[in-house]
Write a protein that binds this ligand. Structure first.
Ligand code: NAP
Length: 343
């Protein structure tokens, strides 16, 4: 079998394709012959050496990847409800960039008729990243004004659709004009293309007293203003910091990184109390102890997809041999929807 292995932090040349023996499942595990493996921005952060849970829980060498789809080719003796030949998709705590993966039964789902294998490989991580804050950490309600940064990306597209399905009035922010059509198709109520207009002047027009919810994975570039544009009793969801990091083609600048780290706002509990604003934060890679929540999230999203309230992710496919190109493309900041590797 093939897997993509990173032995130390660095650029795209660190993504090595290696041959290894097939893993064997234990009694409550299955082995999946992987058709597609989803790519997430976090995988690039792992390669850069800045992903805390990867360093704490695995170290080097590491195979990135949180999600996959494919066909079961071996079942542990305790598996009674799935069989060899079944098409499935699922989640994994790292290790997804591989042609064969062994996973516990609880992390795997039968492929529903309304998803293709490539769509299913692109579903889990972004769906859970949208479900967890909007449904589990808070209860998003009809009529709430919600602003979502990077709205055409993987997580952003899922957040837009879940917020719309729950009846919210959604503003999607994008960093490039070519993304506007994509978020229109997702049904956003307002679009701010920050490459051509003043983001916060427009946000103020849409929500003069602020938004009930703002979801921000940009970090330093927008976090301070995002907090300021949350309404009283509103919530700022923080789940990433990608504007600290270089886009593809840029060199890692450690001075700039340190400066951006220092410039990232620090929020005081006393100020938050007096402003009546809440900050919700999460990192799903530290949440694999709560698989019941993941399970609820996947089922919630499958129901939305089946009822037509959510569209399957828009997917761009790269052969696994082009993993470096795939990560560079995601890091360009120009992509719409999700990227997957084909094994
Ligand atoms: N905490 C968690 O558990 C969790 C889980 C999943 C994802 N995340 C985070 O959510 C964010 C989105 O992840 P994703 O996989 O769905 O990616 P994505 O949104 O599909 O792609 C990243 C987008 O971020 C924007 N961006 C701004 N500065 C960037 C930079 N320096 N490099 C690359 N992109 C930049 C670009 O969109 P615009 O220019 O249109 O804004 C780009 O298209 C990431 O920060 C990721 O780490 C966190």
């Amino acid at each position: 079998m093939k897997k993509i292995v990173i032995h130390s932090a660095g650029s795209y040349d660190k993504l090595k394709i290696e041959d290894t023996p097939s893993p064997e499942p234990t009694s409550l595990e299955v082995r999946v012959k992987v058709a597609y493996s989803g790519i997430n921005y976090a995988d690039s952060v792992i390669r850069m050496g800045f992903y805390s849970s990867a360093k704490e829980l695995v170290g080097w060498p590491i195979t990135p990847g949180f999600e996959y789809s494919g066909t079961i080719d071996a079942c542990g003796s305790g598996i009674t409800d799935l069989k060899v030949g079944d098409q499935v998709f699922g989640i994994t705590l790292f290790g997804g960039y591989t042609s064969e993966i062994v996973v516990p039964r609880r992390q795997i789902y039968p492929l529903p008729s309304f998803l293709t294998l490539e769509q299913a490989a692109a579903l889990s991580a972004v769906s859970l990243s949208a479900y967890f804050p909007l449904i589990e950490m808070m209860k998003i309600r009809p009529g709430m004004k919600v602003l979502i940064h990077s709205a055409a990306g993987g997580v952003g597209s899922a957040m837009v659709q879940i917020a719309k399905a729950e009846g919210a009035e959604v503003t999607g922010v994008v960093g490039s004009t070519h993304k506007v059509e994509a978020i229109k198709r997702l049904g956003v109520d307002h679009i701010i293309d920050k490459s051509s207009v003043d983001l916060w002047a427009h946000a103020k027009k849409i929500a003069p007293v602020g938004f009930n919810v703002i979801a921000d994975a940009n970090g330093v570039e927008t976090l301070k203003q995002s907090y300021e544009h949350v309404a009283q009793a509103g919530k700022l969801v923080i789940y990433g910091f990608h504007t600290m990091l270089p886009r593809s083609g840029e060199r890692m600048n450690y001075f700039k990184l340190a400066w951006n780290y220092l410039r990232t706002p620090k929020f005081s509990p006393m100020t938050l109390t007096n402003h009546n604003k809440s900050i919700l934060c999460f990192n799903l890679s530290y949440l694999f102890t709560k698989l019941d929540i993941f399970d609820e999230g996947i089922r919630y999203v499958l129901e939305l997809l089946e009822s037509g309230k959510m569209k399957p992710p828009q997917v761009t496919i790269f052969p696994y041999e082009e993993v470096a190109k795939a990560q560079a493309t995601l890091e360009s900041g120009k992509t719409v929807g999700k990227l997957v590797l084909k094994f």
